[in-house]
Structure formats: C-alpha cells, structure tokens
Design a protein around this ligand. Sequence first.
Ligand code: BGC
Length: 462
Amino acid sequence: MKANNQNKKLVIIIAAIASTGGLLFGFDTGVISGAIPFLQQDFGLKDSQIENITAFGLIGAVLGALIGGRISDILGRKKVIISAAIVFITGALWSGISLNPTQLLISRFYIGIAIGISSFVVPLYIAEISPTKMRGTLVFLFQFMITVGILASYLSDSAFANDTNYESWRPMFYIGVIPASILLIGAFYLPETPRWLMKKGKEEESRKILETIEEKDQVESIFKEMKDDICKDSGKTSWKIIFKPWLKNSLIIAVGIMFFQQFVGINTVVYYSPKIFLKAGFEGNEAAIWASVSVGIINVLFTVLSIYLVDKIGRRKLYFIGLSGIIISLICMGLFIIPPDVHASNYKWFLVISMLSYVGFFTLSIGPLGWLLISEVFPLKVRGLGSSIGSLSNWGFNALVVWSFFKLTRIIGDAEVFWLFALIGLFGLLWGYYYIPETKGVSLEEIEEHWRSGKSPKELKK
Ligand code: BGC
C-alpha cells in the first residue's frame, strides 16, 4: 500500500525544509572559488594563503562532523539543525565583514563547522522521518540541494563579480544569510524524528509523529520494532556499541563509500574546473566561468534523475552503473587533457564532454549514495555517532584529495592523476560488490536486524 497523499505531501515539505541544510553545504563550499580573485586583489593574498583559507573551511567541516554526532544523539536532530543554521548566518556575516585575512580564515573555519554538522545531520534527520518506501528519494533531495547550492554560488559569484570593485567578495559571502535564515525559520517548525524521541523514552510523542508520516498499516509494526531495538544494548555507551563486531560492516560501509566517493576525485573538478579548462586550451576568464557553470548545471540535472531512480532500481544497480560511467569518463579525461599542441584543438571539446559525463555519473550514483548509506546503515542507538563518522571521513578524504591534486599532477602528470582516480574507482567496483547493501524498501529497523543476525551486506534485500 502507498503512503496516503496527505502524508506524502507533509513528508516532502519536511524533507525539503531540512534539505536547505544541503543547499548551504553546497553554497558555502562553492562560494570561495569566485571570491578568490577579489580576495587576492583586496588583501594581496598569496596562493598559499588562499589554500589555507580553503583548507580551514574543510578542517572546520571535519570538526563539525566530529562533534556533531554525539550532540545529535543527546540533544536531538532538530536542535542540532537549528544550531547549524545559526552558525551559517553568523558565519556568512562574519566572512563578509572580515577586515583582514586572519579574520577571514577563522570565519571560514567557523562556517566549516556548520557545513560539517549539516552534512550528516540533515540526511540523518530525513532518513529517520521518512516512510520506508520514500526514504531513498527523500534523502537524495539532500544531494540535489547540495548541487543547487554549488550552482547558486557560481551564479551569484558571477553576478557580484565587478572588476572595478575589489570588495566584490563581500556580498558574495553576505548572500549566504538568506538560505541560512530560511533554514533557521523552517527548522523551528520541523518535528523531531520519531526514532530519536523513542530513544529518549518519549513513546507517545514518537507514536504521534509516526502516525502523521508513515503509512497507516506500517505504524504499529515500526513502532514495535523501534521499541525493541531500544531495549537491546540499553545502558551501554555509544562508543562501546559502535565498535561491536556485529557493526563492523556498518563502519566499513560508511567509511568505504566516502573513501571511494572522494578518491574518484570529484572535488578536483568541482573546485578546479576552470583551471582544468584553461590547461586543456580554453582561453580567458569567461571560458573559466562557463566551465564552472556547466559543471554546476550537469550536477543538478543528474541529481534529479538519481532522485527518480533510487527507490526504483535500488542502490546497488545505481552504484555499479554510476561508478562504471565514472571510470570510463576518467580514462577519457586523461586521454583528452594532453596539451592541445600535441593534439588537434578539437580535443578540448572531448575533454569537456568527458568531464561533464564524469560529473553526471557521479551525481547519479556515488555522490548521493554516500550520504544515503551513512544515514541508513547504523542502528538507532548510534545512528548520530555512526553517520558523523561517515561524514568525518568524507571531509577528511576530501581535504586530502584536494590538497594533493596539484602536487600529484606535478609529480606524475595530469593525465596520470585521472587514470589513478579511475584505478581507485575499479577497486571501488570490487569493494562495492561485497559491501553495498540493497536497502531499497527495507526499514531502518530491518537493516539493524540484518546486522544483528550476522549476515553480510550483499545478502540484504527486501
Ligand atoms: C560530495 C561533495 C561534492 C558534491 C558534488 C557530494 O556528494 O560529498 O564532496 O562536492 O557531492 O555534487
């Protein structure tokens, strides 16, 4: 039986409000690229100072993911979303108002904390509040909003960019206050998740919310399963539970999927696509801007397709199709990035096509799947902590790849770096065969039961 329409609409609205956190994640990671040239002129920054400002944002995100998990298990998902929104607002103002590079660096670190927190608490919140059959689709909304945020930041950066005004970078940051305020206001109206309420012993409240969001014939069984799950492991601390042997696979899945999500090199393209285009023989700033915008548009379009597919064809198929596409695109990118004087100039267009197909396959598959799986594979008692470990790995791997990219291109060559990413992707296929679980149509409580019975990830299915 399908969720009745009323419930469906309500849940979609709830998920849409929460995923504004994804929009801020995307916006605040993307905004810096357009601000860089102006910051360099205004503060006279060297490349290394720029790298530090970008890196401090990522370090803040690692810290946010690290501290946020336990806090969301203790205070609840809703309060953590509200706190993140406040940090986003104050952080955007602080970044825009900064009087010197040090202030800017600290403000990016500060806003990084909110990015890190929202990156796991939003998918977690959505997963816990969604009816089983719509869970994949609704959590993918989060990735959709990340991509919208990235695109919005590219577009607003180019709208504010004014070559005669060195301080153009300030409004680029200020504008982030708008989505953050929407999140803050919206978050006050969000209900707490029934799963977290149950964990805190608020059974009646939990049941009421479950009744408004879940399919009618599912309410009782899910309520009972949640209650049973809470009784197991009672009295033990989260850290003790999460390292239990029966949760080994959950941890391997959360860290593993984020490893492959980042080590196929996505953010070298998201952050540096203009530089890659210039290397391939395109000329001028305009070409560079179009590079970013086209990457941003493909990012959004393919996420729409993934939202449609995830609860239809399932997680495993999406993973294998997407990752195979990524590998082939990476091999082509390596072939076509060879300097234009070696090849005919038309080759640069092949680079564009392979780069866009690479981004498309990523957002279709391993991008959103990473965030979905970390919100699904942990049992209720440690779901906050578990997904924050996944998110922490994501930011740590992200920082490592972005930090080493140009150094690696100097050591082994441009094409070779893309082929290295392709090779890592191949390992990802092998790894995924054993570790990607088919969670489509399986309730969060059934997933927990599956681990407890000692079965492997690939045996999971409805
Ligand atoms: C990744 C980000 C990436 C974004 C691109 C997300 O799933 O975690 O690192 O920038 O997708 O769309």
